[in-house]
Design a protein around this ligand. Sequence first.
Ligand SMILES: [Zn+2]
Length: 103
Amino acid sequence: MNIVKGTRRVINMKTYKTETIVRETIDKIFCDICGEDMLAEFNKSGLLYDDCIISHKYAHDYDYDHADHHEFEPDICPKCFQSKIIPFLKSIGLNTEYKYEYR
Ligand SMILES: [Zn+2]
């Protein structure tokens, strides 16, 4: 039997109360190149995921796990990635073929 009393409910000798939880969520992600709000664009286009990671690892010995590791994660929207980053990478001779991974 459920007893509703104020914001408390009693179900099988357990009491439940209603509480409000405040949490922080990402509201906007601005593209570092064009300044557009990427989340608004994702919501319009249905794109669920976009990430850009530029990474460089180097070491002075064979202990790869303790190598110096620098990682740079710019926020770049898909339009800027295709219109600015890919042409630049091609201009310096890099192969920009995508490698697809299906899981
Ligand atoms: Zn952009």
